[in-house]
Structure formats: C-alpha cells, structure tokens
Design a protein. Structure first.
Length: 163
C-alpha cells in the first residue's frame, strides 16, 4: 500500500484552461536512468533519449500545447508546458502528463526488454506560472539545472552546497 500523499493541486483550479505550467517528473526510486552530468552538461543514456523524444511526441500529438523549455536530468525531468487556447475536448495537465508517462514508459520498457519495469515515481510536481517574469525564472532554472547538479537535492550523489 502506498502512503497517502498530500496533493499540491489547487482545489477548484481548472488545469485544462490555457496557461503555462512548470512540471517535474521523477524516476521511481530516483534512479539515474536517463544519463549522467559531466562538467555541467547532461549526457543522455538511451532511456534519457527516449524521455526526450517522448516530450517531442507530446507536443506533436497535442498540437495545442508547446514545450518551450525542458531538461532531461539523470533521474528526473523539468518542462514548461503551455497552451494559449483550449483543446477540443480540453485536456487537463494531468491527462497530458499521463499520456507522456505512458508513451515514454512503453518505449523504455521495450528498450529494456522488461514490460513490467517501473519507470516513474507516482504523481508529479507542477507549478502554475503566473506571469512573464516567473516564466523567465523557471526557464532559466531549467536551462542551468545541469550546471548545479553537483549540489542538487535530486542528485543522490550530491555534495554539500557551497557557502
């Protein structure tokens, strides 16, 4: 039985409405399946390449969304997902993430030759981007995430943060 987790979702918020969202998805067990960071640059593994290709698939499959920034890290990924007009019928953020996870997982399991492999941690972290300044802040964080990997709390081998 999984422990009950507190939802970070805003009660009553319509996650199908146009907007921009900062999303983080983590690998189950925080395993570094997607690659490694060398000198502040992510070197993707074959599974990391699949994770990246599935993000591209998502933006092609659902023409109303854009993914202007993303980073596939060794054991998680960050993306900004946005849309200006609702789809018909509207797809909420959770449904888009589920479509991404299902597609990426299927491709990864085929690559691994293990149809039962657990790829993703349950759920996601999402943050509603309120304005252009916040969009820029999140985009910069994504662009520079690999440069701070050595100290990142998502890094299982992280060293103490510099003072």
């Amino acid at each position: 039985m999984f422990p009950k987790r507190r939802s970070v979702r805003i009660v009553g918020y319509d996650y199908a409405q146009p907007g921009a969202y900062f999303v983080t998805l983590c690998v189950a067990g925080r395993r570094s399946m997607f690659g490694r960071v060398v000198d502040g640059v992510v070197i993707l593994s074959p599974l990391g390449t699949i994770a990246e290709q599935a993000l591209i698939w998502l933006s092609e499959r659902y023409s109303h969304i854009r993914i202007p920034e993303y980073a596939v890290m060794p054991n998680h990924l960050h993306a900004i997902v946005s849309w200006d007009a609702p789809s018909d019928p509207p797809k909420p953020l959770g449904a888009l993430v589920n479509a991404y996870k299902a597609t990426a997982s299927g491709r990864m399991r085929r690559h691994l030759g293990d149809q039962g492999a657990t790829i993703w941690q349950r759920g996601l972290y999402e943050h509603i981007i309120e304005d252009e300044a916040e969009f820029y802040e999140k985009a910069e964080y994504i662009r520079h995430n690999a440069e701070t990997w050595e100290w990142d709390h998502e890094n299982p081998d992280a060293v103490r943060s510099p003072k």
